[in-house]
Design a protein around this ligand. Structure first.
Ligand SMILES: [Zn+2]
Length: 73
């Protein structure tokens, strides 16, 4: 599940929220649901790049292109 960084529009409190499809994030400081979504926090960029490279290398060995976007084929 993704974790997003939010800033509360009401009180400017910054916080991270784990977002699920069933619940909207709420400011922990004031309870407002009027929030600005800021940068997402994926896995460490270096690590995810490595994972992508490994997946693509494996795909290349196996002769399929499902890990590549259309522009890279
Ligand atoms: Zn707030």
């Amino acid at each position: 599940m993704p974790i997003y960084e939010y800033r509360c529009s009401a009180c400017r409190h910054d916080f991270d929220a784990l977002v699920t499809s069933s619940s909207a994030p709420v400011c922990p400081a004031c309870g407002s649901t009027v929030l600005e979504k800021r940068v997402s926090l994926p896995a460490a960029p270096g690590k995810s790049q490595q994972v992508i490279r490994q997946a693509r290398a494996q795909a290349a060995r196996e002769g399929h292109l499902s890990n590549f976007s259309p522009s890279e084929r």
